[in-house]
Design a protein around this ligand. Structure first.
Ligand SMILES: [Zn+2]
Ligand SMILES: [Zn+2]
Length: 497
């Protein structure tokens, strides 16, 4: 069996692992990687038509964003994922396509390809082992966002467990992943987003967060809570439901649509659905630019995308409150360098109306995360005891931290492949090796096509509206999603800069 890393290896973004057995080709996830100038698709991929199946862990675009692109090249195989992932991925993919069109980023696919993705998505039930061609697959709850799964593939006498993004701690929104439920695992591929970091106690963090909202609203200030649309927005709602507030709560941006999808879903792994529904009925939704401008001047709690204030309605609220010392911006996740959120967090500065401005309102950050900590990754590996351990989905420092620890264990082979490398596993699992992945000389990789569509060529290096304090409208509310990882890309927040 060969495992080829087309993305998400020594990086966060464009997760895509090809699993090859004799005669069959499968992929685990098919994501996009966002960066300042645009985005990248999985690398060194060829002949999409030959794929036999796709296994999708969850809806975040760094796992699903490449699907329409592959569909454009006539990927004619089923895409296995659970129903909630199917629903949420469609919302995110449609939105990212809309933004790309507005920004004249040529995504190399069209609406027909988007529809094809939806058609090929097949709903899978958790904890049920299903045969498909020569393999078997089982989806387990990953505890990361609604619908998220860790996927086990049994092929050629080996069992491979791909964690996807996961969390083994209970959050307000999700039942945690349980590695003990995975059974026997020969090859464990684990994410390492927080490989070098531990996380604050979530319950304590929640109390501090709610106390802060309380203090600001009681003193007559406004509270802006920038959120990621999937997961974080719902979790913040559940937290707020625990207390009564003297001011209205508003929700803006894509968070509303995703929250409704989560409430309408039937996942047994979403906790506090009743709390969510209770608060959802009390929240006021922003319906127009005028509505937004009117409420932004009034006392209130504003939950809005994008999570790092790269455009989106969140920046609009900031424009209204940055001079008010009584008001506060409460960031809810890690902020990537170069974003308004990062500037606010570190320098109390933000690009407002195109100018880098010192804000006078209060700024605080509460590091809620959907991933597991370094200690949790180690605990998982120890519990599962795989013969082969492969580390992915993390920047090099985070991968290295787990790699250094795991190589000292002595009972498993450890690999930290880079993009374009592959791990070969013997049928009996006794020997394995890492090498550079190379197809024959006549193979045309998809990335050769990609360069023709490279968004950087279309940017013209001109106005970087991602940094401008533009006034968002309905159409551009989430445009930052393409240029900067924000609500679509919950995890880029966990980069250690
Ligand atoms: Zn994720
Ligand atoms: Zn991810």
């Amino acid at each position: 069996m060969q495992l080829i890393f087309h993305g998400g290896a020594q990086e966060v973004g464009r997760s895509c692992i090809e699993l090859r057995t004799t005669g069959d080709r499968y992929i685990l996830d098919c994501g996009l990687k966002f960066h300042e100038a645009g985005f990248d698709y999985p690398a060194k991929f060829f002949d999409v038509k030959e794929l036999d199946g796709v296994f999708l862990t969850h809806a975040h675009l760094d796992h699903s964003g490449g699907l329409p692109f592959f569909e454009h090249y006539r990927m004619l195989c089923p895409i296995y994922c659970c129903t909630e992932t199917k629903t949420i991925a469609q919302i995110l993919l449609k939105d990212s396509h809309k933004i790309a069109r507005i920004k004249h980023l040529h995504e190399a696919f069209n609406n027909v390809d988007l529809k094809e993705v939806a058609t090929h998505m097949a709903g899978v039930r958790f904890n049920q082992t299903q045969p498909f061609r020569t393999i078997k697959h089982t989806f387990y709850n990953a505890g990361h966002i609604p619908g998220s799964a860790s996927i086990k593939i049994e092929a050629e006498g080996l069992s491979v467990l791909y964690t996807g993004d996961y969390n083994t701690r209970t959050t307000h929104l999700m039942v945690p992943a349980d590695p003990h439920s995975w059974g026997h695992v020969d090859v464990l591929i684990t994410e390492c987003t927080y490989g070098a970091r531990d996380l604050p106690d979530r319950d304590k963090l929640q109390v501090e967060f709610l106390n802060r909202v309380d203090a600001v609203t009681k003193a007559g200030g406004r509270v802006l809570i920038p959120v990621f649309a999937v997961g974080r927005a719902q979790e913040i709602l559940i937290m707020l439901a625990e207390r009564d507030w003297p001011v209205p709560i508003y929700m803006d941006g894509m968070a509303k649509k995703v929250t409704r999808a989560v409430m309408d879903g039937d996942s047994q792994y979403v906790r506090s659905r009743e709390l969510l529904a209770r608060l959802f009925s009390k929240v006021q939704f922003i319906t127009s630019d005028e509505h937004r401008s009117a409420v932004a001047e009034q006392p209130g709690i504003f939950i809005s995308t994008s999570g790092m204030l790269q455009g989106g309605p969140a920046i609009h609220y900031l424009e209204h409150m940055w001079t008010d010392e009584k008001s506060a911006v409460l960031l809810t996740g890690y902020q990537v360098k170069g974003t308004n959120g990062y500037l606010l967090d570190n320098d109390k500065m933000a690009y407002i109306g195109g100018y880098r401005t010192k804000v006078r309102c209060d700024v605080e950050r509460f590091d809620f995360s959907g991933h597991l900590s370094s200690a949790d990754i180690k605990e998982t590996v120890t519990a599962v005891r795989p013969r082969i351990l492969i580390l992915n989905h993390g920047n090099p420092e985070n991968i290295k931290a787990i790699n250094d620890w795991a190589t000292g264990l002595g009972w498993c082979a450890v690999y930290a492949p880079k993009v374009g490398e592959q791990v070969d596993v013997n049928p009996d699992g006794t020997s394995s090796s890492l090498r550079v992945y190379e197809e024959g000389p006549n193979v045309q990789y998809l990335e050769e096509h990609q360069h023709a569509f490279d968004p950087r060529e279309h940017e013209g290096g001109g106005g970087d509206d991602g940094h401008g304090g533009h006034t968002p409208s309905q159409s551009d509310e989430n445009r930052s999603g393409v240029v900067h990882p924000d609500e679509h890309h919950d995890h880029s927040e966990e980069h250690d800069e």
